[in-house]
Design a protein around this ligand. Structure first.
Ligand code: HEM
Length: 397
């Protein structure tokens, strides 16, 4: 069973991850500098054994930074010490518990009524434009808006203060995870550097999580850089990931009319739909770890310090009947690894699931009366599945 990672996951792309041709029956395969792991049990073992497999390479730039780009970043004061996802040091537990408190399931749940109002407002605007015969980009005008506003609310920092977080997130995902040319890398370094400098000001004076981070680094002997890095990572982790995931989920519903119909009739739990989409349509398809010592994985020798690319997407298909079929509520479907596992498991699981469910509930009936004008195209990226748009127009009655 051979599958091109580019097929379905990075469709239309021709770069880093697209060059991996994985055989999902083989646990570990080498592609140049990367060892790609596809089997679910192996992926889970690597994610949970932080002693043998460090997360320290999680944010390493796929295209090595040129010295000029590094100088640009340094000029903006950008330093990225171990923060959350890439932190193998003792400071991880404290930072994780602080950010985890802001994202506690009860706190997230209490935002549901507010979120439902916000999404309802966006959907009403879209419906008005669709009724006037205008095409609408459901990504730009809905799914890209909701996570940012929600994140601002969760961390208690105003969206206006945060600046153009979408631009920061998009630039960071390209700078760190995409194959980029020299001139593009410089351009991205300027964008990311300028935003990072703004975050330093926020950490110095803003309330909410910024104040919590200020106090935390002071009381634990960490530096300001650690606080800025944590906020920087959180804004990226909690924004584009969810925006693109929900957009891909909406597109999947548009091309799965039977599922959409069942959702609208109330015959299929929305939570099952969200879970199946996490398995098949997640915005994070791979994640990295590095062995702290030489290891043998599934008979393959992998040296200490190598880049292990854990194919979360393949792992979510492993061992299931008709794994590519979108079948909400299927047996074993919830055992996917879309949010990782172990000490670094995603802290935004509850929030991402709730945002997706609220959007699906609000938009499902609208989707029944529209057709796709432009199917999404996916950017070339090692870890993130990023689409450009989901443009729809009202269908003739
Ligand atoms: C569909 C949306 C999302 C997906 C697919 C996703 C996926 C992931 C994955 C795969 C990891 C790495 C886990 C590991 O190394 O084991 C991660 C880490 C993380 N995510 Fe998410 N995530 C999503 C949304 C969010 C949101 C909404 C937030 C917060 C607002 C968030 C915050 C974090 C944080 C803080 C970490 C690092 C945790 C740590 O290292 O201790 N994520 N996420």
């Amino acid at each position: 069973m051979t599958e091109l990672i580019s097929g379905g996951l990075f469709s239309g792309s021709a770069g880093t991850a697209a060059t991996f041709q994985t055989d999902v029956d083989v646990g570990v395969q080498r592609f140049g500098e990367h060892w790609v792991v596809t089997r679910r049990d192996l992926v889970k073992r690597i994610l949970t054994d932080t002693e043998t497999f460090s997360p320290s390479n999680a944010l390493n730039a796929v295209t090595p930074m040129s010295s000029v780009a590094l100088r640009v970043l340094a000029r903006y004061g950008l330093r990225l010490p171990p923060t959350l996802a890439n932190n193998a040091s003792d400071s991880h537990a404290g930072l994780r518990s602080l950010v985890g408190a802001a994202l506690h399931p009860d706190r997230v749940e209490s935002l549901r009524p507010w979120l439902t109002g916000l999404v309802g407002h966006h959907v009403s605007d879209l419906v008005e434009r669709l009724d006037q015969g205008m095409p609408v980009d459901l990504h730009a005008d809905l799914t890209a808006q909701v996570p940012l506003q929600t994140l601002g609310k969760v961390i208690g920092i105003s969206v206006e203060d945060l600046g153009d977080v979408r631009q920061l997130s998009a630039a960071a995902l390209e700078l760190f995870w995409a194959p980029v040319t020299g001139p593009r890398q410089l351009e991205l370094a300027h964008i990311v550097g300028a935003h990072h400098a703004r975050l330093r000001h926020i950490v110095r004076r803003s309330p909410g999580l910024a104040a919590g981070l200020r106090q935390h680094v002071k009381s634990t002997g960490l530096g300001e850089d650690e606080a800025v890095a944590a906020l920087f990572f959180l804004l990226i982790a909690g924004q584009e990931t969810t925006a693109h995931f929900i957009a891909s989920l909406i597109y999947r519903l548009l091309v799965e009319p039977a599922v959409l119909d069942a959702v609208v009739r109330g015959a299929m739990p929305v939570s099952d739909v969200v879970e199946e989409a996490l398995r098949l349509e997640s915005s994070i398809v791979t994640w990295r770890r590095t062995p702290t010592r030489d290891v043998v994985l599934d008979g393959v020798a992998v040296p200490a310090g190598a880049s292990l690319v854990l194919n979360l997407s393949d792992a979510g298909r492993d061992g299931l009947v008709d794994p590519d079929t979108f079948h909400p509520g299927r047996s074993g479907g919830r055992a996917h690894l879309a949010f990782g596992a172990g000490a670094h498991r995603c802290l935004g699981t509850q929030l991402a699931r709730m945002e997706a469910a609220v959007v699906v509930e609000a938009i499902a009936a609208v989707l029944c009366g529209v057709h796709v004008v432009a199917a999404p195209r996916y950017a070339d990226n090692l870890s993130f599945r990023l689409l450009d748009c989901v443009v729809v127009a009202k269908s003739a009655a």
